[in-house]
Design a protein around this ligand. Structure first.
Ligand SMILES: [Mg+2]
Length: 428
């Protein structure tokens, strides 16, 4: 099998009023810069990254600049030495200047690697989770570029973690059979008023969710206190309630808010300050202990994750495979987090489609605790095989691939701008 065509699609999906809103991102348009790899036998592999609208075309352009990385390649051969290949792709001499390993070029790389990963699993005729669980420790480490992290985690240590942390065959099968717990972020967008917020939370409880996430960072801290009090009142003390500030505060503001909201016992406090602010995270974490501090959805690469994990700045790591440069960095972050003793609960920039596969790697190969994985349902109608939640749990996907394929009707209808030189949208 050879990859004969690589196509980028700029897809923008309008959301209902206030959906997706948080303290910083007030009017998101969920947009996918999708990369479809077509093999010479007609098999399609789909990868994508998420943006909030404006600029999604820049990512698509960057996919086109980087598509020679996989064009003409065999998915098995590319995957077998992915760590080495990924290193060369992520360090292309001219494009690297635009990053390195962050921003538009890195998002584009995530989409390309996502397409490759999907195609590889389809060729093997297994769901991605199965392909990963069946790999030897040596095969897993061959997927990773250790060149920037081996001062913290060597390939030998990674192999040892994979050999010693695995749940074992019986517990892995039981985990796959029962699916994986989910929480639904879409109940608690900041633009929802308190009445709608409480209604949503009650509906999610009836549907079997045991955890919810509530956006904070209102203009007035009293409003956050009031909203969180109302949620805690209807859910009682047993439910997990997470709070997410989406980087709105400086260090002092985050500490003030964390102290005001502590009485409602948030399970974690997410993105209290700017995502690059390692020292800020440390200050907030010290001041609010024992409150758990979560972050990572805007951490762009494994190097920054290494710094956060090495310094103990995170209690929950939230890498996003569609923001990192794809599978190699996700695996690197998961292994570093395992070494640091920090659970990995990815951010769902993929709407849960891809992470529902990857969570079984962290749970079953690295023995991470079974804490809930984020799910955002807003784009589910556009996927060929949308993830399914039953009684608050992801149902383990069975089809080959990474569940990333998009419906051709959605591609045609929501293509925002042509990505071909002819000026017409390319179609599946
Ligand atoms: Mg968040």
């Amino acid at each position: 099998m050879k990859i004969s065509r690589v196509t980028a699609y700029d897809l923008r999906f309008p959301l209902p009023a206030a959906a997706g809103s948080d303290a910083v991102h007030l009017n998101p348009v969920y947009s996918l810069a999708a990369c479809v790899l077509e093999a010479d036998d007609g098999t399609l592999g789909t990868g994508f990254t998420l943006t909030l609208g404006t600029g999604n075309d820049l990512v698509c352009e960057a996919i086109r600049y980087q598509r020679d990385a996989v064009l003409g390649g065999d998915p098995d051969e590319l995957l077998a030495e992915l760590g080495t290949r990924w290193h060369s792709w992520a360090n292309e001499g001219q494009l690297r200047w635009l990053g390195p390993h962050k921003g538009v070029v890195h998002l584009a790389l995530a989409a390309i690697v996502g397409g490759l990963t999907d195609l590889w699993a389809k060729k093997k005729q297994v769901p991605l989770w199965q392909g990963l669980l069946e790999m030897s420790p040596e095969q897993v480490t061959a997927l990773i570029d250790f060149s920037t992290i081996d001062d913290y985690l060597s390939p030998e240590e990674a192999i040892e973690l994979l050999e010693t942390r695995s749940l074992g065959a019986e517990a892995t099968k039981a985990q796959l059979d029962r699916g994986y717990p989910a929480y639904d972020t879409s109940v608690g967008w900041l633009g929802y008023d308190k009445t709608l917020l409480v209604e949503n939370v009650l509906v999610s409880k009836e549907r079997g969710y045991g955890a919810v996430k509530i956006k904070v960072g209102s203009r007035n801290l009293a409003s956050d206190v009031e909203r969180l009090a109302a949620v805690r009142e209807v859910l009682g003390s047993d439910a997990l309630v997470m709070i997410d500030a989406n980087q709105i505060w400086g260090v002092a503001g985050a500490i003030r808010a964390g102290k005001a909201l502590a009485e409602f016992e948030p399970f974690w406090f997410e993105e209290p300050v700017h995502p690059d602010d390692l020292v800020g995270y440390l200050c907030v974490r010290d001041a609010l202990a024992p409150m758990r501090i979560a972050g990572g959805e805007h951490i762009p690469n494994q190097v920054v994750f290494k710094n956060f994990l090495q310094r103990g700045a995170l209690d929950v790591a939230q890498p996003d495979v569609v923001r990192l440069g794809g599978l190699p960095e996700y695996l690197a972050v998961a292994l570093m987090a395992a070494k640091a003793g920090v659970p990995v609960l990815p951010h769902a920039g993929d709407m849960g489609q891809l992470h529902q596969h990857l969570i079984y790697f962290t749970r079953c190969r690295l023995g991470m605790p079974e804490l809930p994985l984020e799910m955002i349902p807003h784009l589910r109608e556009h996927f060929l095989e949308p993830c399914t939640i039953e009684h608050g749990r992801y149902v383990t996907p069975k089809s080959p691939g990474s569940s990333s394929g998009l419906r051709p009707e959605s591609i045609n209808r929501f293509a925002w701008r042509a990505t071909t030189p002819s000026g017409h949208p390319e179609r599946l």
